[in-house]
Write a protein that binds this ligand. Structure first.
Ligand code: THU
Length: 149
């Protein structure tokens, strides 16, 4: 539903304002819609040891897992761009990196849902939407370890 999509993108853009990204200057926000309608967000957290950076999706999934909600995921929006004052700019949609696709898959499999992933540009004007199975076909996940039917 477009309304849900737009609400999630707004939440992800808001979260991107809280990114800690002094090295790349690239702010990413992720918004996770739970089955009960709640929205949980995350933003990227960089580190002086660059490779230790946490992506926005990673931060958001860690939050729901820590609350016991890893099996409650319904839909996701991701937004990335460069801050310009309070605004986020950039016209190309940002797609989740490979590691984040795998991290999202863990929650999606646990939630028994081939989740919709909305990928938005920093200015929020361009959005491409996918099923996670399109972004990560033939995924390896908890089902392969016998944890899911
Ligand atoms: N980044 C994310 O937060 N999520 C992604 O899926 C791709 C990349 C962040 C990591 C880093 O802080 C910045 O974007 C530039 O790579």
């Amino acid at each position: 539903m477009t309304e849900t999509r737009d609400t999630l993108i707004d939440a992800a853009r808001d979260a991107a304002n809280r990114a800690y990204a002094p090295y790349s200057g690239f702010h990413v926000g992720a918004a996770l819609l739970l089955k009960n309608g709640d929205v949980v967000t995350g933003a990227n957290v960089e580190n002086a040891s660059y490779g230790l950076t946490l992506c926005a999706e990673n931060a958001a999934v860690a939050k729901i897992a820590n609350e016991g909600w890893i099996g409650e995921l319904a839909e996701v929006a991701i937004v990335g761009g460069r801050p310009d004052g309070d605004a986020l700019i950039g016209s190309d949609p940002v797609h989740p990196c490979g590691r984040c696709r795998q991290i999202l898959n863990e929650a999606a499999e646990r939630s028994k849902t081939d989740i919709l992933v909305h990928c938005a540009s920093g200015d929020g004007k361009t959005v491409k939407s996918y099923r996670l199975s399109e972004l990560l076909p033939a995924a390896f996940g908890p089902k392969d370890l016998g944890l899911i039917d």
